[in-house]
Design a protein around this ligand. Structure first.
Ligand code: NCD
Length: 332
């Protein structure tokens, strides 16, 4: 699915953020550069800028989430927006209200932005096609399809720690088949020029024809992470598996779990990443998750700045006046 055109307005600016596929290197770099400008806001005594004052953001989460929902919430609040957090599990969807009717009601409450997480691939795009023209939609993860802000916070973390993309070896390890994070990451890493992207996992968890995305496939961890500068571990997404694709968590850890001994196969200064939630002793050993090479908690912190960048960019397409100019995303 290509959401490329729908995401951009007539001037090529980001109107919705639905997926990484089809976006330009320049646009990804603009998101990263804006995130750099927002990162220091979190270190201030008053962690707020007035960019989205008077705007209303609705977080529509149809699937459980901790990190993504709370960091979108914090990002919107640090931009001074008003935020509605809808716990859809406990709301009208349970009473039989259709998605379209829920959306119409949120529009009637004069919301300006929807952040959507949904178990169905394509849900964010479906919503973006339905909403009133002034509303922007951000995909917070749709089925197995994409999770674009997660990929952007991952590449932000990589750029901060490794500076350049064009010499890197990046290994993505684990349940690639069920992972929207992996798909978005592969698109982002390719667009930014990473020359060596590997996916690593058992045959049952690597989707067929993934090589077409420009990655190499490895079925042993030792081979897959050899010399890697970045090792991204993925959770086993048991909730998305139709049937038992694996013998047991214990056996999985024996073959694919990242231990300190195995990490020695990667580059000496390799960083270890994980989108969370981590399952200790399943895909990653505690000694590695809490070790010096782990940047898992930095990813969480950077996620706020990256989400602030994306939210301010999509709202800038509405020709916002922030007191001192049109559509400016100035942080001060
Ligand atoms: C990921 C997700 O929900 O896609 N987590 C996240 O957003 N931080 C990955 C996962 O659930 O394993």
């Amino acid at each position: 699915m290509r959401a490329g055109n729908l995401q951009l307005d007539s001037q090529g600016r980001l109107k919705h953020f639905l997926g990484i596929e089809g976006l330009s290197r320049e646009l990804l770099a603009e998101i990263l550069d804006n995130a750099e400008r927002f990162a220091p806001v979190g270190d201030r005594a008053v962690k707020k800028v007035p960019l989205l004052r008077g705007k209303t953001v609705a977080n529509l989460f149809f699937e459980p989430s901790t990190r993504t929902r709370t960091t979108f919430d914090l990002a919107a609040k640090r931009l001074s927006a008003d935020v509605l957090n809808l716990n859809i599990e406990a709301s009208s969807a349970k009473k039989g209200e259709s998605l379209t009717d829920t959306l119409r009601n949120l529009e009637a409450m004069q919301c300006d932005m929807f952040v959507v997480r949904h178990q169905t691939s394509g849900a964010a795009e479906f919503i973006a096609r339905q909403v009133a023209p002034h509303i922007s939609v951000i995909n917070g993860g749709d089925g197995r399809h994409e999770h674009p802000t997660q990929a952007m916070l991952d590449v932000f973390t990589i750029r901060r720690l490794k500076q350049r993309f064009t010499h890197l070896k990046v290994a993505i390890v684990g349940d690639v088949a069920h992972s929207r994070v992996a798909r978005s990451e592969i698109h982002a890493l390719r667009i930014l020029g990473v020359p060596d992207i590997r996916v690593v996992g058992p045959k049952t968890l690597i989707p067929p024809r993934i090589e077409d995305m420009g990655v190499s496939v490895h079925h042993t961890l030792e081979e897959g992470i050899a010399g890697a500068d970045v090792v991204i571990m993925l959770r086993l997404q048991q909730e998305r598996m139709q049937s038992a694709l694996l013998p047991s968590a214990h056996e999985y850890f024996r073959e694919y779990g990242l231990t300190a001994a195995r990490l020695k196969r990667a580059a000496k200064d390799a960083i270890v990443m994980h989108p969370g939630p981590i399952n200790r002793g399943v895909e990653i050993d505690s000694a590695v998750a809490d070790g010096v090479q782990s940047v898992i908690l930095q990813q969480v912190t950077y996620g706020i700045a990256v989400r602030m960048a994306v939210m301010s960019m999509v709202m800038a397409t509405q020709s916002l006046t922030f007191g001192n100019g049109q559509g400016s995303t100035d942080v001060d």
